[in-house]
Design a protein around this ligand. Structure first.
Ligand SMILES: Nc1ncnc2c1ncn2[C@@H]1O[C@H](COP(=O)(O)OP(=O)(O)OP(=O)(O)O)[C@@H](O)[C@H]1O
Ligand SMILES: [Mg+2]
Length: 257
């Protein structure tokens, strides 16, 4: 049995996945990128290999993707995150027609054809407001973990709306809402609504199909997925571990199919 690997080093996290010929995930690992993206990617790969019980020599081909993909000279091939997320998710949900990948710095909406082929895509402009960074900054301002912000948002009582669409002004607004005595759940929900609105505009640019899926670390934010489902009107398919879909897709591409 041959083995293949994918390494996805994004702006915030490094992800690595090792698979077999049947696309079965044998090992995976996620870690922060920190100061050195090459080291983070290699460490994530080493950890994924340990979990798979394999050595580098056992891996037939490696594909790198993400922001720092070009730094991996050891990789057999380098592919864009867009093609890797599309490929990975289409293995998990073969019917996927629309995909949203929201990471720490980028948001991408894709129109997907047969076998995970990307027919069209749209990306956020150079602004943090529609990305994980927005929620990370707000969670910090509210002294919440990421899961904590999502849980708080789901227990909101009153509809609040953030007037600032910018991350920097939004943070000041959140602090000011707190000082006015607004509740953490209501503010958290306002934050989720703000980012969801931006993502809906983004995904509309490629068209929304019923078979819609979401990947990237932000797909772990249950409040966000729930708000997006309400706005879009369809259930959103979320893979078991959405954050590794880019690395998984890279590993599938490494098989050369
Ligand atoms: N358990 C969690 N609950 C909610 N959100 C989470 C969780 N874990 C990670 N996230 C979100 O995922 C984001 C990071 O996602 P991801 O690892 O896909 O980014 P990345 O690939 O490094 O970035 P990019 O693709 O933009 O370069 C964080 O900003 C954070 O908001
Ligand atoms: Mg990413």
């Amino acid at each position: 049995m041959k083995h293949f690997a994918g390494i996805d080093v994004g702006s915030l996290t490094a992800k690595a996945v090792v698979i077999d010929e049947n696309n079965r995930i044998l090992g995976s690992h996620i870690m922060p990128v920190g100061q050195d993206s090459l080291a983070a990617g290699m460490n994530a790969y080493a950890q994924a290999l340990v979990k798979a019980g394999l050595k580098k020599e056992d891996v037939a081909a490696v594909v790198s993707t993400g922001y720092s993909r070009k730094r991996f000279t050891e990789a057999t091939m380098q592919k864009t995150e867009i093609s890797c997320h599309a490929r990975g998710v289409s293995v998990v949900f073969p019917k996927v027609a629309t995909l949203i990948d929201v990471g720490g710095q980028d948001s991408k909406a894709m129109k997907i054809g047969k076998d995970g082929k990307v027919l069209d895509f749209a990306m956020n402009d150079k602004c943090a407001a529609g990305t994980g960074r927005f929620v990370d900054v707000m969670a910090h301002a509210l002294n919440l973990t990421l899961g904590g912000l999502s849980d708080a948002a789901l227990s909101f009582k009153e509809e609040l709306t953030l007037s600032s669409t910018c991350t920097v002004f939004g943070e000041s607004e959140v602090i000011s809402l707190l000082s006015q005595g607004q509740s953490v759940p209501d503010i958290s929900w306002a934050i989720i609504k703000s980012i969801a609105d931006r993502l809906v505009s983004l995904v509309k640019r490629v068209g929304i199909e019923q078979d819609i899926a979401m990947s990237g670390g932000m797909a772990k934010n249950r409040a966000l997925v729930s708000r997006l489902e309400d706005r879009i009107g369809f259930d959103i398919h979320v893979p078991g571990e959405p954050q590794i879909m880019g690395a998984f897709g890279a590993a599938v591409i490494a098989k050369g199919e």
